[in-house]
Write a protein of this length. Structure first.
Length: 107
């Protein structure tokens, strides 16, 4: 998939048109590619919401919207903002894990 992502301008990430709940968009966004998905992103709601905030991901609801998205001029996505927020979240998670380990060790 990496080679396809690298060659693409935009990426449709599947599993989001039916009850699958969507596939992880992070791999596509890592290549600084804009992503579109169907309306069922239940499995990766948080990362999709964050990517949407930085104009790196959009939802399409039908074939017409998908075609318009694919053929429209590329919009400006703030991938740096997205990655900065992801890093900040990861640091917060790691700090919590270290705190729990420290508490258990001191136990």
């Amino acid at each position: 998939m990496d080679e396809l992502y690298a060659m693409s301008d935009r990426i449709f990430v599947g599993g989001s048109l039916d009850n699958t709940g969507g596939h992880n968009i992070y791999e596509a966004v890592m290549f600084e590619k804009q992503v579109c998905v169907g309306s069922n992103m239940a499995n990766f709601r948080e990362i999709f919401s964050m990517a949407s905030k930085y104009n790196a991901a959009v939802t399409v609801h039908n074939a017409d919207e998908t075609a318009r998205y694919i053929t429209a001029p590329l919009t400006e996505a703030d991938f740096n903002g997205f990655f900065s927020e992801m890093d900040a979240q990861q640091e917060g998670i790691m700090a919590k894990i270290k705190e729990v380990i420290s508490d258990v060790s001191a136990g």
